[in-house]
Structures are given as C-alpha cells and as structure tokens.
Design a protein around this ligand. Structure first.
Ligand SMILES: [Zn+2]
Length: 105
C-alpha cells in the first residue's frame, strides 16, 4: 500500500493534491527525493511537481485509506499505459501475487 516510487508502482510516486484529495496522480520518482517527501509530511507543505498527466500541482502524500481506495488519475494511467483503478498500483501487484500463490497446489 505504499505510494513510494518502487517498481510495482512503475517508478512513480502516487500522490494527491493538497486542496482536492480526489485523485492519485503519478509523479516521476526522480523528480521528488525521499527527503523532500519527508519534509512535506513533517511540515505539511505540498511539493509542487509535474505529474505524468502533464499537470503541475501541489502534491501531498495520501493517507492510508486513500492509498488503498482513491481513484488513480485516468490521464496519468493513460500516459503510463497502465489500467485505471483505485489505490496505488502496488496493491494490485500484491493481490495478484496472493492469488497466484493460492492457485498453486
Ligand atoms: Zn494525473
């Protein structure tokens, strides 16, 4: 359920916008450092970055429930050529791993 830019998240941060809290946008991993991310969390100051959909927005790290259930930005998904869905992509990777392990005898 992490929104960090790990491979299962396609190397993207999955962040929401400070005033909106409506969508998870994909922010390229190399445009935001972990230290900048931690400062955002500690001081509640959004990081202004360009998302994969081309919009430059003030981003904050989503809360736990949002990381599971907030809809991903359709334009970001299209730009990354991944399926639309809810929560960060790593959740689907984890569900698939679990389903695959249950199917094995
Ligand atoms: Zn987007």
């Amino acid at each position: 359920m992490t929104c960090y830019p790990i491979p299962e998240n396609h190397g993207m941060w999955w962040l929401t916008t400070s005033p909106g809290w409506r969508r998870l946008h994909a922010v390229p991993g190399d445009t935001l450092t972990v230290e900048e991310h931690r400062n955002q969390v500690d001081y509640a100051e959004p990081n202004i970055r360009a998302a994969a959909c081309g919009r430059e927005l003030p981003f904050v790290y989503p809360g736990m429930f949002s990381r599971f259930s907030m809809p991903r930005c359709a334009h970001c998904c299209r730009a990354l050529n991944i399926a639309q869905g809810r929560g960060s992509p790593v959740n689907e990777a984890a569900e698939k791993r679990l389903a695959d392990s249950l199917e094995k005898p």
